[in-house]
Design a protein around this ligand. Structure first.
Ligand SMILES: Nc1ncnc2c1ncn2[C@@H]1O[C@H](COP(=O)(O)OP(=O)(O)OP(=O)(O)O)[C@@H](O)[C@H]1O
Ligand SMILES: [Mg+2]
Length: 373
């Protein structure tokens, strides 16, 4: 097993004309499940392909444990270990299976070349096939499978190998929603059991939240924040991170910081919220100025009209989820969403909601950086 360390890695296409990754730094611990997350085109697959050895960075260094996989000094590449020498198992966004082989042959291929005994190969392939629900077509050729079935074969083929590192690029993209939830959970369980260092690429924040030990959230070739799912969810360091994690998206309200008695309040359109004591110190420099207040839809509770520190508005529409309701509310011209977990949708047209004051997120409107600790 191996840790992965990436130092100051930059990547460009078109002979250096377009820089797609800029000085990326990160450590994936041995056995860790690390997710590269971010919108389409931010550089997730590019970063993973560098780890795999399919792309050459223009600067920086990649190590597996204490072994250097690729290194560039000045403008010269001083080390580059070929992909087949890196002992990695990969599933690509466009999975490359052998179309004329059967499912079983595809899944056994790498183990055969490693000269693993026949019974061991069969046992492994059968176990993985059962888990991925492909045991019924183990003897079918790849060309005769659906996209989702092929994807599971590609996943199975990677998982049966005794690799040091798993690299998975959107491996669940072609599965239907139900199967995706199941495979997501199983995949994580297998990874935990095998304790294989894993890099997993996705743009799906739910996959990242549920599977990752370590999320690396990227935007336009840069890491915006990295840490545990809860680090990012509870303490997003900027508006982009706050908005990227969590569905429905966090509500954001422009407001002004004002002094009131011995403390501070946040005054916005349709609400006034007292700033908790522990948050006051970091807002001292903002008195009289604007900040952006972020509150997640699930961090409100239903309150009675006229309550202090509450938001009152007109209900615009209600979406039932089965176990909760998403209530879309107009608060003085601004739309927000309140995730309400009661048994029955609130009646009437007016609604009052109280935010959990311990879960306020404050951002600077110019830099978009987080203000409170
Ligand atoms: N071979 C290439 N030549 C030039 N530009 C490329 C090449 N491959 C990717 N790019 C560009 O590099 C950037 C990063 O691409 P990358 O494939 O890493 O994104 P991604 O985060 O994996 O996106 P997605 O979620 O859509 O798969 C994009 O702007 C893309 O257009
Ligand atoms: Mg990609």
């Amino acid at each position: 097993m191996a840790s992965i360390s990436i130092r100051d890695m930059s990547v460009s296409y078109n002979k250096g004309k377009s820089l797609v990754l800029e000085k990326m730094n990160l450590e994936v611990k041995d056995g860790e499940f690390c997710v590269f997350l971010g919108p389409s085109g931010c550089g997730k697959s590019t970063a993973m392909q560098c780890v795999a050895g399919l792309l050459h960075p223009v600067s920086g260094e990649i190590r597996f444990g204490d072994q250097v996989m690729s290194a560039v000094e000045g403008k010269k590449e001083t080390t580059f270990v070929e992909p087949q020498e890196r002992n990695i198992a990969m599933v690509f966004q466009e999975y490359a299976l052998y179309p004329n082989m059967t499912v079983r042959e595809n899944m056994s291929f790498a183990l055969k070349t490693q000269k693993v005994p026949r019974e061991q190969i069969d046992a492994k392939v059968n176990e993985m096939a059962k888990l991925l629900e492909i045991e019924d077509f183990l003897d079918r050729r790849i060309a005769n499978l659906s996209g989702g079935q092929r994807q599971r074969v590609a996943l199975g083929r990677a998982m049966v190998r005794n690799a040091n590192v798993f690299l998975l690029d959107e491996p669940l993209g072609n599965l239907d929603a139900k199967l995706r939830d199941k495979v997501r959970y199983e995949l994580k369980q297998i990874q935990k059991r095998m304790h294989v260092t894993t890099v997993y690429v996705t743009h799906d924040q739910t996959e990242a939240m549920t599977m990752a030990d370590h999320i690396v959230l990227m935007k336009q070739g840069k890491i915006m924040q990295q840490g545990t799912p809860f680090d990012l969810y509870d303490h997003p360091n900027c508006l982009f991170v706050a908005g990227f994690l969590g569905t429905p998206e966090i509500n954001t309200f422009p407001c002004t910081v004002r002094e009131a008695g011995s403390g501070l309040v946040l005054e916005g359109k349709g609400f006034t919220v007292a700033v908790p004591k522990e948050m006051s110190a970091c807002l001292k420099g903002y008195v009289g100025s604007q900040v952006i207040l972020g509150i997640r839809p699930s961090d409100f509770t239903l309150a009675s009209e006229g309550s202090e520190n509450a938001f009152t508005g007109e209900i615009d529409g209600v979406e039932p989820l089965g176990d909760a309701f998403l209530i879309h509310v107009h608060v003085d011209g601004q739309m927000m969403i309140f995730k309400y977990t009661g048994d029955k949708a609130p009646q009437g047209t007016k609604i009052t909601m109280a935010p959990n004051l311990k879960k306020l997120h404050l951002f600077d409107p110019k830099t978009e950086k987080r203000i409170n600790a």
